[in-house]
Design a protein. Structure first.
Length: 122
């Protein structure tokens, strides 16, 4: 599964407004994800599949850029981050995660941003 895009999310200042926008524009149905003092949202397609997330730019997501973010699986996050830097990229958000999965946000030499995601057992 390495090298595969496995998730999309959007982190913004007003997740409720953006949630409502995509609900009306593309027909996604929101499902609240409780984060204690606020909720982010999993967005479901018409057939009930979770297809994306819409998140508040708060707490650990405060540094996330307000753009659709793809998550790409890698076999070894530490090695991929070292390769990123040695090939002209930058690490924008250092390693985060737990429970067997970790991720970090990088920027490639052209300025495009994505998240590298290491799953447990990958």
């Amino acid at each position: 599964m390495n090298g595969k895009i496995v998730w999309f999310d959007l982190t913004v200042d007003n997740a409720e407004t953006v949630r409502d926008f995509y609900q009306q524009v593309v027909g996604w149905t929101p499902e609240a994800v409780d984060l204690g003092d606020y909720q982010d949202f999993n967005m479901k397609s018409a057939d009930g599949q979770t297809v994306a997330g819409i998140c508040h730019r708060r707490g650990s997501n405060q540094a996330q850029p307000p753009q659709w973010m793809i998550y790409i699986t890698v076999a070894n996050l530490d090695q991929s981050l070292a390769a990123c830097e040695s090939h002209g990229g930058q690490i924008l958000v250092p390693i985060r995660g737990g429970g067997g999965s970790r991720f970090a946000v990088i920027q490639d030499p052209a300025g495009a941003v994505c998240t590298l995601f290491e799953q447990s057992g990958s």
